[in-house]
Write a protein that binds this ligand. Structure first.
Ligand code: ADP
Ligand code: MG
Length: 703
């Protein structure tokens, strides 16, 4: 990359004509625009077609966005305090509407005081029988500007503060225009290899940058958009695939034999026959651990698909080859349950299983640490306390992470350092991975899937009921309980610190007690604020069948296994995400009985809430549900996307552009296979670009 282009593009924004220190400061704070380069990637939200206008007479739907050309005829400031507002009458040949401002009144007043012709754009609302637009975008039309009107006038993202401080859409456009006056083709260095550009028929980077801001026509705009999306996704995928490639070459331990522990357990203590899928996954893991490289594998299987037994068998494999193994879970409860279950399962083999979490008392803790260091403890199960520095292993060979989305990549890396070579890593998740996340958050791992549940599971009936039916719902639960079944009643706990959520839980508990009187029924209450002992003993009461009903927060979301439970009642179900609802539903339907999941919501829920409920009622596939979840929530909120950088995409959309992502991923893989260190002349653009960026670690090997 030539120095001069670097210099020019890294010029601070205040040096741009029309910006200066004060506006510069605002743009920095409000829009993170620091340098000229930032302006280039500050893409328009949309384009105003300044040849197409609505007529006031034809306005119909509240909520529509409309553009109207007309005249401001009258303005006044009315109201006091917070209701103080500036109202202008805006008129075209067919009628009148009102424009309203609550903020930046002083500034706007100067613009509208003398009336004049404007193009305005905004969202229609209806108030006192008048059409209104609040805080419209507006542009004054001078008589002579008519010939410059074109159909692609960029509209940039803004903020209330900027608008209030008089940085209007028009000023933003001027600012970008000022940059383009100075911008020369040599400032913009091509970063894609020529063969990719010609194969995909892409616009050059320089052309694309110009056309995304000021396209001459729709075709240019489409091509510029495509080029920039392509580039963004391709570079993103090159990073992920390179990481994966680096990972696949890390020397790892050899698990060359299947020994006594595995065989003994497999032949005599396996509680059930493995499903074909479980066997397939075991074979994949066997192969991974015989290559001499470190395994980094993700095991994905819906709730209840039987991942735990696969984990156990893998750990036995590690033991057979002279290594220790560990299993980490995201919560204390889940870790405890794994510990108790696995300890019992392996007891006949005489295997030493240890437990470690932040809650383990000092003396016990000392013993566990000692056992891990001298190798007496062969398998350890626990929370992320296992990652901490004092935890030293004699010879750790396999790390299994259950429900990984709460363990970041950095934490995985901590485990690597706990032996002379990094141990094999198996990450397990019940959250089905939509295509898009398989290529982003999990894109650096190899994936195994358990597709089919173990035989004999009955489908779960899912029902949505509103508050009005509460008594009926409780009657139904009682009838199930009276047949000897058990039921979960779950309350949302969105934020561990949310006091009101606990109040809901307590109130709910009192209410449940009225439906299920204490002389006849036992109710176990379980939540994260309880100390570990209380929680565990309440939990065990339910697991052992002493309590018929468990009232809980989402601490039971992952992992609890009580086959006799046949009803899952989810309170305020509209407050849960789809994936969470699916996880909760997966707590029932594990035994021989017909099971039910009841989603209880208030009578009034939002359209999105309603869609979520009907998705749950109609869909049983975890995969379909997680795709829908992604669609309804947007990628930013999905676990792990932030770390993967996918949330930083500026122009591509990881959901809508999933097809293009697939395509660029394939291209990225192809390129890295033929030239892993980007040494060929045609890949120098790309190499230089990547080295100039922050993600150096991934690329350090090529610099
Ligand atoms: P998850 O994949 O959600 O972690 P688990 O490992 O907890 O699922 O298994 C769910 C239930 O299915 C457990 O009760 C387990 O014993 C049972 N299970 C697992 N594999 C099989 C199988 N092959 N046949 C019958 N039951 C199985
Ligand atoms: Mg599990």
């Amino acid at each position: 990359m030539s120095l001069s282009s670097n210099h020019f593009l890294s010029t601070p924004i205040e040096y741009l004509k029309g910006v200066g220190p004060q506006r510069g400061e605002l743009l920095r704070k409000e829009l993170s625009l620091n340098t000229y380069a930032d302006i280039l990637t500050f893409y328009p939200n949309r384009y105003m077609d300044r040849t197409q206008f609505a007529r006031i007479m034809d306005l119909q739907n509240e909520g529509d966005y409309v553009q109207i050309k007309g005249k401001i005829t009258f303005s006044e400031i009315i109201g006091e305090g917070r209701a103080k507002r500036l109202v202008s009458s805006f008129k075209d040949e067919t009628g009148v509407i009102e424009l309203v401002w609550f903020q930046g009144i002083n500034w706007i007043e100067k613009i509208v005081a003398n009336g004049g012709n404007f193009i305005i754009f905004g969202k229609l609302t209806r108030f006192n029988q008048f059409w209104n637009i609040m805080h419209p975008e507006m542009e004054k039309i001078e008589a002579q500007t008519t010939e410059t009107l074109n159909s692609f006038y960029p509209v940039y993202p803004s903020s209330e503060k900027l608008k209030a401080r008089g940085i209007t859409g028009k000023i933003m456009v001027k600012m970008v225009q000022a940059l383009f006056v100075q911008l020369q083709p040599f400032h913009i260095v091509e970063n894609l290899p020529d063969n990719i550009i010609s194969e995909a028929n892409l616009m050059s980077k320089y052309q694309a940058v110009r056309n995304i801001h000021f396209p001459a026509n729709n075709n240019d705009l489409q091509r510029a958009t495509f080029r920039l999306k392509y580039e963004e996704l391709f570079i993103h995928q090159i990073g992920i695939c390179k990481l994966k490639l680096n990972l696949s070459h890390i020397p790892g331990f050899l698990f060359f034999k299947v020994g006594d522990y595995f065989n003994e357990f497999y032949k005599h203590h396996l509680p059930f026959e493995l499903t074909e899928d479980q066997k397939k996954v075991l074979r994949e893991i066997r192969l991974d651990t015989q290559t001499g490289n470190q395994m980094n594998r993700l095991l994905q299987g819906d709730v209840g698909s039987g991942k735990t037994i696969v984990a156990v068998l893998c750990m036995l494999l590690a033991l057979d080859n002279g290594f220790q193994a560990c299993l980490m879970a995201p919560t204390e409860i889940l870790a405890q349950q794994h510990y108790l279950g696995i300890r019992d399962l392996l007891a006949p083999l005489g295997i030493q299983v240890g437990y470690l979490s932040g809650k383990v008392k000092i003396k016990e803790r000392r013993d566990v640490l000692k056992g891990l260091a001298n190798g007496e403890i062969q398998i350890v199960i626990g929370t992320h306390a296992l990652l901490e520095d004092p935890v030293v292993f004699f010879n750790i060979g396999l790390v299994i992470i259950d429900e990984q989305h709460r363990f970041g990549v950095a934490q995985r890396a901590k485990m690597w350092k706990k032996n002379t070579k990094p141990p094999h890593i198996l990450v397990m998740t019940a959250t089905p991975i939509p295509r898009t996340l398989a290529m982003t958050s999990y894109g650096d791992l190899d994936v195994s899937v358990i597709e089919h549940l173990p035989p004999g599971r009955k489908p779960i009936s899912t029902i949505h009921r509103t508050e009005l039916y509460r008594a009926k719902v409780m009657d139904f639960i009682r009838s199930e309980v009276d047949k000897g079944r058990q039921a979960y009643i779950v309350y949302p706990l969105i934020d561990e610190s949310e006091k009101v959520d606990y109040e809901n839980l307590e109130a709910g508990y009192e209410q449940v007690k009225q439906f299920f009187p204490a002389h006849k029924y036992n109710i176990a209450k379980v939540h994260g604020k309880q100390d570990a002992e209380t929680r565990e003993s309440n939990m065990n009461g339910f697991v052992k069948g002493k309590a018929q009903i468990m009232v809980a927060t989402t601490v039971i979301e992952v992992g609890v296994n009580v086959p006799n439970a046949s009803v899952m009642l989810i309170e305020s179900a509209e407050r849960f995400g789809l994936s969470q609802l699916h996880q909760l539903r997966g707590r029932v339907g594990r035994g021989a009985d017909k099971s039910y999941c009841i989603l209880l919501t208030s009578d009034k829920i939002s359209a999105v809430g309603r869609e979520r409920m009907s998705t749950m009622v109609n869909e049983t596939s975890g995969f379909a549900i997680s795709e829908k979840d992604l669609e309804l929530r947007g990628p930013g909120e999905i676990d792990g996307t932030r770390q993967s950088g996918a949330a930083d995409l500026k122009i591509a959309d990881i959901i809508k552009d999933v097809g293009l992502m697939e395509l660029t991923r394939n291209k990225a893989i192809q390129l890295l296979q033929s030239d892993p260190n980007l040494e060929t002349p045609q890949n120098q653009n790309l190499r230089n670009f990547l080295l100039s960026r922050k993600d150096k670690e991934v690329w350090s090997k090529i610099s």
